[in-house]
Design a protein around this ligand. Structure first.
Ligand SMILES: Cc1cc2nc3c(=O)[nH]c(=O)nc-3n(C[C@H](O)[C@H](O)[C@H](O)COP(=O)(O)O)c2cc1C
Ligand SMILES: CC(C)CC(=O)C(=O)O
Length: 347
């Protein structure tokens, strides 16, 4: 039977994945309060439709930092795709290319960014970076991303240390199996571990800004004051993210944080959001509240584990169909017709 909702893909992925790998993908930090909050917060919001607006032709495309996406749903950077499917990030990239949307390739990908690009001609790739303590190595990785054709650098700023993930500790999941590694961390004939840097500061963002002409997206902004500060450091976009609840537990749901960040940014740069997006209606709520687009993390992994490239294609296709359907029901011909007055608290 055809899987209809993203939740059905998660069930299929659960059946297929090794339990410790399922837990790594699904889990979060501490009591997983933020993991749950991200989804629950969307459920607490309702959409208030407009009627009689003659919405025959729909416009779901968005242009972000010069990259055109056919829908306002991006693939969030997630690590270790080859734990879910032998083709790993190659399969994800092909599905993202077919969906004509942007894939943010993780620094912790199990396929090198050059090979991801080669596997999916026409893919719109951005590259996610954890700034490393060795500036020369950070620069080498940035050059690789540029040479592979990535259109933006997504710098993750919510991880001065790794979140405390109790499922992984309990399962003893620390490392990839022998045959896999983080291919973007190769340095000559060794593979460096990914370092989380508690010393990361705005100065590092300034250095990156000087190092590359690529637009910089800061991923992991939750406080409006940090959003305001970011504008003074030449960033091209802000991504409201709590890392899917995998870093600091008890950070509020991203959809609840979005309006204050949007107000702080005041239209100066696009604001993106990830965390808990599971339905087309969630996408509409985020866009109505001021996001330029959203990204999905776990749903892509569930599609990949359930059915490889085809599974990711289905997940992205379902989301697109749901976005189109909900837009029509909301009386919006274009995603730009959504506005904050169409979102109301349900409970
Ligand atoms: C298994 C997994 C691995 C992740 N790996 C990364 C990563 O390498 N870099 C990063 O910036 N964020 C990473 N994230 C966070 C995602 O980019 C994103 O913020 C989060 O998954 C969004 O929430 P969602 O899964 O509810 O859609 C990861 C998330 C998951 C679930
Ligand atoms: C390799 C990890 C640091 C990837 C990550 O960001 C995550 O698991 O959330």
């Amino acid at each position: 039977m055809e899987r209809l909702s993203l939740r059905e893909f998660e069930a299929a992925a659960h059946d297929r994945l090794e339990p410790a790998h399922y837990d790594y993908f699904a889990g979060g930090a501490g009591d997983e309060i933020t993991v749950r909050a991200n989804e629950v917060a969307f459920e607490r919001l309702g959409l208030l439709p407009r009627v009689l607006r003659g919405t025959v032709k729909l416009q779901t495309g968005v242009t972000l930092l010069g990259s055109r996406a056919a829908m306002p749903v991006l693939v969030a950077p997630t690590a270790f795709h080859r734990l879910a499917d032998p083709e790993g990030e190659r399969a994800t990239a092909r599905a993202a290319a077919a969906a004509e949307t942007i894939m943010i390739v993780s620094m912790a990908a199990t396929v090198a960014v050059e090979d991801v690009a080669a596997a999916a001609p026409g893919a719109r790739l951005w590259f996610q970076l954890y700034v490393q303590p060795d500036p020369a190595f950070t620069e080498a990785v940035v050059r690789r991303a540029e040479a592979a054709g990535c259109g933006a650098l997504v710098v993750t700023v919510d991880s001065p240390v790794l979140g405390l993930r109790e499922r992984d500790l309990r399962n003893g999941f620390h490392d990839l199996p022998e045959h896999l590694c983080c291919e973007n961390m190769r340095d000559g004939d060794r593979v460096r571990p990914i370092a989380m840097s508690p010393g990361l500061s705005w100065e590092h963002i300034d250095r990156l800004r000087d190092m590359t002409a690529l637009p910089i997206v800061l991923k992991g902004i939750t406080h409006p004051e940090d959003a305001r500060l970011a504008l003074g450091h030449g960033v091209s976009a802000i991504m409201v993210s709590n890392h899917g609840g995998r870093q600091l537990d008890t950070v509020p749901a991203t959809i609840d944080l979005l309006p204050d960040v949007v107000a702080a940014v005041g239209g100066a740069v696009p604001v993106l959001l990830d965390g808990g997006v599971r339905r087309g209606t969630d996408v509409l709520k985020a866009l109505a509240l001021g996001a330029a687009a959203v990204a999905v993390g776990r749903p892509v992994i569930w599609g990949l584990a359930a059915d490889g490239e085809r599974g990711v294609t289905r997940v992205l296709g379902r989301l697109r169909a749901e976005v189109e359907h909900a837009l029509t029901l909301c009386g919006c011909a274009s995603v730009s017709d959504l506005e904050p007055g169409m979102v109301r608290r349900l409970c």
